[in-house]
Design a protein. Structure first.
Length: 417
């Protein structure tokens, strides 16, 4: 896959059954990570090395991701030296990632000096196949910035994909990451993740779930593997996710838990609403899905959806323009398309020929008029196709045409071809 890291077996090789002493190693790992978090929060601790570090990463790194330099010196040359030290470490690892708090192996690598670089991470849990890879290789100077006040270097704008995907278009990347490290310290990488292209990072909330990755070690791996989650499946291995039909969480008036908050709790990454407690307080969910192709994707289904754009003929249109989302509550591909007044699960992720896709409405006193422009007509691409049809990526063919009118010809209707 594009941007893949060579020799992935290093951080993610076969996982043996935890050996004797793993509990002690796990405790040591937890203590070490606590010390790093103390440094990050400005509390000092065993992890500090000198007075320059005692204020911790939280005091040294820009939580907003906005980096700056001082006194006219970009400082990036210092960051490049620090990055060399990180490359020499080769592989890092962090724990408590995701709902099941998996351990992850992390590797940063460059094909040549500071160019063709990539990020790769994979769960260290034996039964997990979850991994993320850089969408495209990046050149370090393009993504690296330095904060002279804190001495922190930050890599931003790295979009990620699943390794099984051949490629991913940056506008539709499911995850993005930024990586922060101190210019003089390669012992820790502070990794944050975004699900909106880097506008914000969900690991930087009040709970401060920034992943702290430290150099890879056999003892640390055994410790991470000892931190199990889920049910035992035999041979000392544990399930890292729940199967379809298992209760996995709820959506409450006050609190959200489990799969409603993060569908990765489920092996299938799909969730379904099973019942409403007294009809008022919360909805219960279990893994799996029951909304098949053509099923209505109602309010809860849409709430768990994210806009998903589409490329066609070398032209990209956003999910907002083509009125398409990906929802964990739709089976199969998870796509749902707007059709008429609502959204419906749509396995193909586009409207087939003959499906109504929009209208050319009538203006009025309101901003959009009493019968507004909608769908394909409202968001059509410039020009026409080689067939003379109008263009809109929400149609499977990328084309649509006028198919009728109503209100005595006042509103023109359009359908995909």
């Amino acid at each position: 896959a594009t941007g893949a890291v060579d020799d992935r077996a290093d951080p993610a090789g076969p996982i043996e059954q935890p050996r004797a002493g793993a509990e002690e190693a796990a405790l040591e790992a937890q203590v070490a990570e606590r010390d790093l978090r103390d440094r990050k929060r400005g509390k000092g601790g065993k992890g500090k090395k000198d007075d320059d570090q005692k204020d911790g990463a939280k005091a040294r790194r820009s939580k907003s991701g906005k980096v700056k330099s001082g006194k006219g010196d970009t400082g990036t040359e210092h960051c490049l030296k620090g990055f060399n030290d990180i490359l020499s470490v080769q592989t890092y690892m962090y724990g408590k990632g995701g709902v099941c708090e998996d351990g992850f192996g992390v590797r940063l690598k460059c094909v040549s000096t500071y160019s063709g670089c990539s990020y790769y991470e994979k769960s260290l849990r034996a039964s997990s196949t979850f991994a993320l890879d850089a969408c495209v290789p990046f050149d370090l100077p393009d993504v690296l910035a330095y904060d002279a006040e804190t001495g922190m270097c930050t890599l931003t704008g790295i979009d990620l994909k699943r390794p099984e995907e051949d490629s991913c278009q940056v506008p539709t990347a499911e995850y993005s990451t930024k990586i922060t490290f101190h210019v003089d310290d390669s012992s820790a990488l502070y990794i944050d993740f975004s699900s909106n292209g880097g506008d914000s990072y969900y690991t930087e909330g009040e709970d401060d779930e920034t992943r702290i990755a430290t150099p890879y070690s056999d003892e640390g791996v055994r410790a991470r593997r000892a931190e199990v989650c889920g049910a035992e499946v035999g041979n000392g291995l544990f399930s890292s996710c729940k199967g379809d039909g298992e209760y996995c969480g709820y959506n409450g008036n006050i609190r959200e838990t489990g799969c409603w908050k993060d569908p990765n709790v489920c092996c299938s990454k799909k969730i379904q609403r099973v019942n409403v407690f007294n009809g008022y307080f919360w909805d219960n969910y279990e893994c799996g899905c029951r909304l098949n192709d053509g099923s209505r994707c109602g309010g809860y289904c849409q709430e768990k959806g994210v806009e998903s754009g589409r490329w066609f003929g070398g032209v990209y249109q956003s999910g907002k323009d083509i009125e398409r989302i990906v929802s964990r509550m739709c089976c199969g591909s998870g796509y749902a398309m707007k059709f008429g007044s609502g959204y419906y699960c749509n396995e193909s992720g586009c409207l087939e020929a003959g499906k109504k896709c929009g209208q050319d409405g009538i203006g009025g006193p309101w901003p959009d008029g009493p019968w507004p422009d909608t769908g394909c007509w409202k968001n059509k691409l410039p020009g026409t196709s080689s067939s003379g049809n109008l263009r809109w990526n929400g149609c499977c063919s990328g084309e649509f045409e006028k198919t009728g009118s109503n209100l005595f010809g006042g509103v023109d209707l359009y359908s995909c071809v």
